[in-house]
Design a protein around this ligand. Sequence first.
Ligand SMILES: Cc1cc2nc3c(=O)[nH]c(=O)nc-3n(C[C@H](O)[C@H](O)[C@H](O)COP(=O)(O)OP(=O)(O)OC[C@H]3O[C@@H](n4cnc5c(N)ncnc54)[C@H](O)[C@@H]3O)c2cc1C
Length: 388
Amino acid sequence: MYGLSEQDLALQATARAFADELVPFEVEAEMNEGNLAEGMLEKLRQRAAYLGLHSTNIPTEVGGQGCTALQQVLVQEQGGRVTNTLAWVLATPPAWWVDVATPDQLERWLEPTVRGEVEECYAITEEHAGSDVSELAATVRRDGDEYVLDGVKWHVTSYNSASYCFFQGVLTEGEHGGEHALVVVDLPSPGVSVVRVPAYSHTTTHQHPIVAFEGVRVPVTHLIGQEGEGMTFAQEWFRFERLMVAARCLGAAERLVDEMTSFAAERRVGGEPLAAKQLVQAMLADSLTELYAARAMVYETARGIDEGLDRKVLHARASMAKLYASEMAGRVADRAVQVFGGRGYMRENVAERFTRELRVERIWEGASEIQRIIVADQLLKRGRAALV
Ligand SMILES: Cc1cc2nc3c(=O)[nH]c(=O)nc-3n(C[C@H](O)[C@H](O)[C@H](O)COP(=O)(O)OP(=O)(O)OC[C@H]3O[C@@H](n4cnc5c(N)ncnc54)[C@H](O)[C@@H]3O)c2cc1C
């Protein structure tokens, strides 16, 4: 099915079996603020690496798995079947960095990340700059052989476990004054401090603190690419990550369809299985149909990347895939809660957890409204036939 090669199917089976190993840990994580027994998350991370499921998006020359886009989707889809971010051990390091990293950057940060020894985090969003990154107020000022960074960043995911972060800010002067620069900051560093750690809907060990950068000094060798290129990398990351969000939403929807179908088949109401009720059947049928449609879209978009289609076309298709798959998964989760009834409102139930966890898929990496704006913009510029 879906024209997958032998190699694709083997990788998919490995990822599926690994995701199945993670599922039994979900409730323990949910009840313990995302934590598992001492050392267990590290063991799972090592196992993911051993199975070839870590760094699937990184070329083999840099130590990654060098998978096709479709294979990356297949792996992330299986990870999406698991709640409480346990499948984040299937990490996808910053592939956009590979072509522009200096030998020093490669050795100090990128290669250790690919080997799974360290983690990165992204400090881009601010209080007044989210969807519209061009509103960033954080600054990057050149001072001799150093840059001085100032700004307050929001939602810095995994700051608590990261060894370094990407800081995006506006250059204060020079030829590219007013444009963006992306700079690496080691963590901890003098001048970097946590303002506060808000609680979020999902239950995970990964925090998303508000982080202040006050007069933080880094050598100019920490600049990624050239001055003024900061926005380019964010755009590239979005294209990749939007497809991966869509892939994980497929996995979540599949798990929910499986779980609600088994429950409906077993649960007896009014002397017959819940699954015999046509109103319940409609929820199962709608969920399966939407999953089928979303999967076809996501796989086709990944194939387009592997075939080297035009970047703008792919940009629009990745937006369509993220928009549809994330909204589809949200609808499926909502129906699953309904099918489970009161049990679906209990935190030990997978549908309850997914209802909270999937909500953010419609917000991060470009909220649904932003995806619609991108799709409509491309439609009006290029015409329907270029995109679909
Ligand atoms: C759990 C979590 C983790 C995150 N992790 C990170 C991270 O690691 N690093 C990082 O830098 N950021 C991170 N983010 C930030 C995330 O990328 C932003 O929340 C997202 O881009 C939306 O920005 P915003 O929250 O400022 O919303 P806003 O931009 O203020 O948007 C609010 C609402 O208005 C809508 N809207 C905005 N513009 C338009 C428009 N032109 N037309 C119509 N509607 C519009 C949006 O779609 C949204 O519904 C994270 C966020 C969350 C919730």
